[in-house]
Design a protein. Structure first.
Length: 273
């Protein structure tokens, strides 16, 4: 859950990342959110319209700062999109919609405001900007990734982080779905020109294929460790976490327990334990 990833430039988080993406870092750092939530301001060069991905927590100063930065760039926020509904990404969405007069579009109807939903395969166009919606469930059932083909970039929310690895938020998230989503992103990086990861937390990654390969290898390794621990007599998720995640900051153990529950369910469903 910590450590460098391939393509991690260890750069300061926030600011311009690609010709179409600007990061505004929310002031909510924690062991789970790393440096804070990355709110993404997207716009086609020369356009007066912008799209905001994940307004972040309900923090008035942060929400107004996103709007101020857009205005400084000569942009008006025209649409708000959510990668998923966790509060550190979506809690401020309703207030942000009020401040900007925008719709909030998401996969989960519970997080939509005034607009249609989102689903994999859709294309969203605002002011000449093309955003392709990719379904990437696993971290949560409603997780989406947004593809900026013109920049060769993907906005991954919590599916791939800029530092360390993410959790599978059992029971909402499932490991089988998560592995399928990582494979989908791997194909995009290997075959569709995706080079850059714009994550929901942590720095930008410049080697998308290397990052996804790392995630796939990490998941395979953790799953093997959990299977070995169960075979050795560790039965509960709490026991497995203490064994398998002994070298991980204890502040992350509650999240690790959710991932272990997802891994145990995966092993049971596949007849491996």
């Amino acid at each position: 859950m910590s450590g460098p990833l391939p393509g991690d430039p260890a750069a300061e988080i926030g600011g311009g990342a690609t010709p179409r993406a600007f990061c505004v870092l929310a002031p909510n750092p924690s062991p789970m959110t790393l440096d804070g939530t990355n709110t993404w301001l997207l716009s086609e060069p020369g356009s007066e319209l912008a799209v905001v991905i994940d307004p972040g927590p309900l923090h008035e100063g942060h929400l107004r700062r996103v709007i101020d930065i857009a205005e400084q760039q000569g942009k008006r926020v025209a649409l708000t999109l959510l990668t998923h509904g966790h509060h550190d990404h979506a809690e401020g969405a309703a207030r942000f919609a009020e401040l900007t007069g925008t719709e909030v579009r998401a996969l989960d109807p519970a997080h939509r405001l005034g607009g249609e939903g989102l689903h994999g395969g859709q294309v969203v166009e605002v002011g000449g900007l093309e955003i392709r919606v990719v379904g990437t469930p696993g971290h949560t059932v409603d997780s989406l990734t947004f593809h900026l083909p013109a920049d060769g970039a993907i906005l991954t929310g919590d599916t791939v982080l800029g530092r360390g690895t993410t959790m599978v938020a059992h029971p909402d998230g499932t490991l089988g779905d998560y592995l399928d989503s990582l494979r989908r992103l791997h194909t995009m990086a290997a075959e569709q020109g995706v080079r850059t990861v714009l994550p929901g937390h942590g720095p930008v990654l410049t080697d998308a294929l290397g990052a996804v390969d790392y995630y796939l290898a990490h998941r395979a390794n953790r799953l093997a460790q959990v299977e070995t621990a169960v075979e050795a007599g560790y039965r509960t998720a709490e026991q497995v976490v203490a064994k398998v995640y002994a070298d991980v900051d204890r502040a992350l153990w509650p999240a690790a327990e959710l991932s272990v529950l997802a891994q145990l369910r995966y092993l049971e469903d596949h007849g491996l334990i």
